[in-house]
Design a protein around this ligand. Structure first.
Ligand SMILES: *Cc1c(COP(=O)(O)O)cnc(C)c1O
Length: 453
């Protein structure tokens, strides 16, 4: 499945011809990755291990803003693009930094991408990718189920500052004609999330990627909810974005992002005269990059356990007659689709939602869980080792109007859980059960016990 980016001529903003692909800053890092890439874990293990300056098992942090050269001519050659990171020449850390480049190589290997670069946040990655692909007056076709910040960026901010407009629509209905008719001659991007926040709709990536390519646009997928589980580039997407602040970090202590795609695209983002990352400046701090590089090796293990726990909670909650949305359950409308697309052996994601009908019941439930039985924390975000609980209607999706929320299935009583893996399963289940019993939330009193299946 070759990545199909539009040729330079068809999209003037795509990369600056003055520093076109002949002046490569990062190369296609491991040749044709698609030929040997089998799975994210296998991919991660093929990355060259970088040692520390003194032979340390961990790479050193290149904590320099600027880089020195031996000859004055070298600086000129750097700015002309004749020398670059692949030859171990660096200019300035808002441009390429060796530590950030190294973690980018790890993330690229995980995503089966030719190249990747890291940003200061997920939103920085999203905004700069859109601004790299679209010029003033261009158009985006996007899913109507997006992270609140991305929705606001596309619905409000970009139209105001650049007249880049977006048509939002239900990409899950798979009404091919309805989706096609949203494209205009100025459409440059098809944008969606692999698993969408908070209703856990799963995008049919191969279908949408081929539709996007038929329409001549770049297909961009936010894979924040499903690193390791889904590999959108292998399924036909062109560019993958991550909020690294979530599962990839896993510590809820960092804000970071990543952009994965063809080397030509990553280089275009870094172009000294036309690159959105270089010129808007939200590249990653090398100290943060080091932290991330220490966590990537155990991301697959963490993901497996997030998925295990989420599947067991979802199974038992749904046996109790509660309204659970989890794509790992067979009754989820996209269960088979996810099963077909997922890398085998990792699971169906660590997010689940529980619809308790009213905001009051939802609030009481998460309050009881946190404050009475020490199950989880009332907080937004995801991917932490402890369970995080929020009510999307009044928090992360509050950017959407009530009408938009209704259209996309965000009920006021929706509780979103990013399922953690701390504590034993038995302990957590009895805490959950206590909250449900004390607050009389169980519709059909079926005895649920995590040891009885
Ligand atoms: C959190 C999140 C973002 C934004 O990422 P930040 O790192 O917070 O800027 C984008 N997309 C999704 C799906 C997210 O969950």
């Amino acid at each position: 499945m070759a990545t199909q980016l539009p040729p330079a001529e068809s999209n003037g903003s795509f990369y600056d011809k003055a520093s076109g692909p002949e002046k490569v800053m990062v190369s296609s890092m491991n040749g044709s990755r698609n030929e040997w890439w089998q799975d994210p874990v296998q991919g991660l293990a093929t990355v060259r291990h970088e040692f520390g300056e003194h032979g340390g098992v961990n790479m050193s942090i290149e904590a320099s803003a600027t880089f020195t050269v031996m000859e004055p001519e070298t600086l000129g050659e750097l700015f002309e693009g004749k020398l670059g990171p692949e030859m171990d020449f660096y200019i300035y850390s808002r441009h390429f930094n060796p530590t950030v480049l190294n973690v980018g190589k790890q993330i690229a290997a995980m995503e089966a991408a030719e190249a990747a670069y890291c940003t200061s946040s997920g939103m920085a990655a999203i905004a700069s990718v859109i601004l790299q692909l679209c010029s003033r007056g261009d158009h985006v076709v996007a899913s109507n189920r997006l992270y609140g910040g991305t929705h606001s960026l596309l619905a409000h901010f970009l139209p105001r500052v650049s007249n880049i407009t977006t048509t939002f629509l239900d990409l899950h209905a798979l009404d091919t004609e309805a989706i096609r008719s949203a494209f205009t001659p100025t459409t440059k991007v098809l944008y969606f999330e692999s698993i969408s926040n908070p209703t856990l709709h799963v995008a049919d990536i191969p279908f949408l990627a081929s539709l996007g390519h038929d329409m001549g646009v770049t297909v961009v997928v936010d894979n924040t909810f499903s690193p390791i589980i889904l590999s959108p580039l292998r399924l036909g997407a062109d560019i993958v974005i991550h909020s690294v602040s979530k599962y990839i970090s896993g510590g809820a202590d960092l804000i970071a992002g990543a952009i994965c795609g063809p080397a030509s695209f990553i280089n275009s983002m870094m172009d000294l005269h036309q690159g959105a990352l270089m010129l808007l400046g939200p590249t990653m701090n090398p100290k943060v990059a080091f932290e991330i590089s220490e966590r990537l090796p155990h991301l697959p293990l963490r993901i497996k356990e997030h998925c295990n726990r989420a599947l067991s909670y979802a199974t038992y909650l749904s046996k109790l007659g509660l309204k659970v949305i989890y794509p790992g359950l067979e009754d989820h409308p996209h269960h088979n689709l996810l099963k077909r697309m997922a890398n085998p052996g990792y699971g169906y994601g660590g997010m689940l939602t529980l619809d308790l009908g009213t905001k009051e019941r939802a609030y009481k439930f998460i309050h009881y869980l946190q404050n009475n039985v020490q199950f989880g924390l009332m907080a937004v975000s995801l991917g932490y080792y402890d369970t995080l609980m929020s009510c999307p209607g009044s928090s992360t999706s509050s950017e959407l109007s009530r009408e938009e929320q209704e259209k996309t299935g965000i009920s006021p009583g929706l509780v979103r859980m990013s399922v953690g893996y701390s504590g034993t399963l038995e302990q957590r289940w009895s805490q959950l059960r206590e909250a449900l019993d004390r607050l009389n939330l169980i519709a059909d009193q079926v005895t649920g016990n995590c040891n009885s299946s």
